[in-house]
Design a protein around this ligand. Structure first.
Ligand SMILES: [Zn+2]
Length: 293
């Protein structure tokens, strides 16, 4: 009797150990991609990410004659997933609602209204927060989103919320910049250019048609002369083909240099955001003080 009790006890301990290691394994092998997780895995992912979720943002727009419409979404998501592989965070599915009126004249562009763009992003953040993430990092792959995202972030102070939003603002260190400059064959750029095409040669080479890179001009047409003044048509005035630069010299090697530095920088940002307690403390203090008036 005593022996069988002891055996039972050992068996139970063994069972618990197996269960614990199974939980550990599932937590270790969690995908960073939100849509790849099962519902049961999701809570482990929230825990493991320390409540950090990345929203990789792009848009659907023309990228020269040689890159796919979804270029910005592909590169932002690749950067995010690779960075999350180094420092775990959950990466939101493909997000392509972005500001892109300036390319509406080109086939395939999806240009939602400003009201919807704002509301879409606001509700996306609310849903991310409702699912347990209290730190949201935007990773932007689309130049036309720059001011919209800064404005969106500023307006986060408008009312109290239980999460913080961070915008990844990448920079290139001096050494990497030197390498990039020495590798680049073109000196101008801006859109679907040598650098962006090189990154796509890393991210989705199967979708790049380099032989078509020279089919249109990506040169500045210089059709406006308005120093110290901003107007909406500025981009179209320069680049009516929605192509800025010359992509012909793009190589996978250059793409790797650009991507690796960006991915490394983002992984550090994820780490910093995980450790950051000051933002929420200050937000709370701010809302408390604002409520008095
Ligand atoms: Zn782009």
């Amino acid at each position: 009797m005593k022996t069988s009790l002891r055996n039972l006890h050992i068996l139970m301990l063994l069972f618990c150990a197996i269960l614990t290691s199974a939980t550990k394994i599932s937590a270790q092998n969690l995908s960073a991609a939100w849509e790849e997780l099962t519902s049961a895995e999701f809570r482990y992912a929230v825990e493991r990410s320390e409540e950090v979720c990345i929203v990789p943002m792009g848009v659907i727009e023309k990228h020269g004659q040689h890159l796919p419409l979804g270029t910005d979404v592909f590169t932002a998501r690749h950067t995010s997933l690779q960075a999350a592989g180094k420092e775990y965070a959950v990466v939101f599915p493909f997000y392509f609602a972005g500001q892109i009126y300036e390319a509406m004249h080109q086939p395939g562009t999806i240009a939602y209204s400003p009201d919807l763009l704002y509301k879409m992003l606001e509700e996306t953040c609310l849903e991310i927060s409702r699912n347990g993430f209290k730190k949201i990092i935007f990773v932007n792959g689309h130049g036309g989103n720059t001011y919209f995202l800064q404005y969106f972030c500023q307006t986060q102070l408008a009312k109290e919320r239980d999460y913080s939003v961070y915008l990844f603002t990448p920079s290139v260190d001096a050494d990497t910049q030197k390498t990039i400059t020495s590798m680049r064959k073109s000196t101008t750029g801006g859109h679907a250019d040598e650098g962006e095409s090189a990154t796509m040669l890393v991210v989705r080479p199967d979708l790049v048609k380099m032989e078509r890179a020279g089919d249109e001009s990506g040169a500045d047409q210089m059709r406006l002369n308005l120093p110290n003044a901003y107007t909406a048509i500025w981009w179209y005035s320069k680049y009516p083909n929605h192509y800025a630069g010359d992509a012909a010299g793009a190589t996978e090697k250059l793409g790797k240099v650009i991507m690796e530095q960006r991915i490394e920088q983002l992984s550090k940002v994820i780490k910093t955001v995980k450790a950051d307690k000051a933002t929420m403390t200050l937000q709370k203090e701010f809302w408390q003080r604002s409520a008095r008036y």
